[in-house]
Ligand binder design. Structure first.
Ligand code: PEP
Length: 259
C-alpha cells in the first residue's frame, strides 16, 4: 500500500528532462540539434527544456516556436539593469521566450565563486521576473567521503529556503547534482541518488509537506541514454539535468522518452 501511494505521488509530478549545453554551441550546431530534436518529439510526455548559452537564446526561441520544447538560460545577474558590463538580467532572458534559468550550477559555484547566499539571491531574482529557477545543489567527492553529503545539501538548500520562503518552491525545480558525477562519466547509483533525493524532499517537508510532494527534483551527473531509465524510475527522481548527452539529439531524445 505504501509503495502504491509513493508511485501515485510520483505520478503527480511530471517528468522533466533539461539539457544544459554549457559553453558548447555554434549557429550550425544549434540549428542541427534543435531540428533533430523536433523531429523526434512525437509521443514524448516529459517536459523538455534546453538551456542555451546567452547568444543563442534568440536562435533557439525561433526554432522551437510552436513545439513543446522549452528554453532556459544557464545563469543570470540579480540586478534588473544598469552598469554591470558583461552581465545578463532575468528580464533579458525572458525577452527571448525563456521560462527557466539554471542557478547554482557547481561549475559556477567552483569556478566563479558563487556562494549559497549569491545563489539564493539569483533564485529570488529569477522568481521575481517570473522565471522558473532550476536550482542545482550537490556535494563534492571530498564532502561525500568525509560523510558530509547531507550537511552540504542542507546548507545549500536552506540558504534558498530562508531567502525566498518554502512557498516559492512551487515555482522552483531542484537538481541534485553530485559534483563528482558531473562530466566524469561516473554516475551516482540509483540507490545513492534516491537517498539524496529523499533527503532533499524531507528537508522541504520539514517546512511544508505538500510543497515537498510537488517540487520536482531532477538528478544530474553523467546521465545518459543507458542509465536514465533506472535513475528516473526511483521514487523521488523526477527527471534529469543533462550535460554531455544533451548535445546529441539521439541520446537526449532517448532520455526524454523515459518519462
Ligand atoms: C551538468 O552540467 O549539469 C551535467 C549534469 O553534466 P553531465 O551530464 O555532462 O555530467
Amino acid at each position: 500500500i505504501i509503495a502504491l501511494f509513493l508511485v501515485s505521488v510520483k505520478r503527480m509530478r511530471k517528468t522533466i528532462v533539461a539539457g544544459n549545453w554549457k559553453m558548447n554551441a555554434s549557429k550550425d550546431s544549434v540549428d542541427n540539434l534543435i531540428k533533430d530534436l523536433l523531429t523526434g518529439m512525437d509521443g514524448i510526455t516529459s517536459e523538455v527544456l534546453v538551456c542555451a548559452p546567452f547568444p543563442y537564446l534568440a536562435q533557439v526561441e525561433l526554432l522551437i516556436q510552436g513545439s513543446k520544447v522549452m528554453l532556459g538560460a544557464q545563469n543570470l545577474n540579480t540586478n534588473a539593469s544598469g552598469a554591470y558590463t558583461g552581465e545578463v538580467s532575468a528580464d533579458m532572458i525572458k525577452d527571448f521566450g525563456a521560462r527557466h534559468v539554471i542557478v547554482g550550477h557547481s561549475e559556477r559555484r567552483s569556478l566563479y565563486g558563487e556562494t549559497s547566499a549569491m545563489v539564493a539571491e539569483k533564485t529570488k531574482a529569477a522568481l521575481n521576473a517570473g522565471l522558473t529557477p532550476l536550482l542545482c545543489i550537490g556535494e563534492s567527492i571530498e564532502q561525500r567521503d568525509s560523510g558530509n553529503t547531507e550537511a552540504v545539501i542542507e546548507k545549500q538548500l536552506s540558504a534558498v529556503i530562508e531567502l525566498v520562503g518554502i512557498e516559492a518552491f512551487n515555482q522552483i525545480i531542484i537538481a541534485y547534482e553530485p559534483v563528482w558525477a558531473i562530466g566524469t562519466g561516473v554516475t551516482a547509483t540509483p540507490e545513492q541518488a534516491q537517498e539524496a533525493h529523499l533527503f532533499i524532499r524531507s528537508l522541504l517537508a520539514k517546512n511544508d509537506e505538500s510543497v515537498a510532494q510537488k517540487t520536482p527534483i531532477l538528478y544530474g551527473g553523467s546521465m545518459n541514454a543507458s542509465n536514465a531509465s533506472e535513475l528516473i524510475s526511483c521514487a523521488d527522481i523526477d527527471g534529469g539535468l543533462i550535460g554531455g548527452a544533451a548535445l546529441k539529439a539521439e541520446d537526449f531524445l532517448q532520455i526524454c522518452k523515459v518519462g
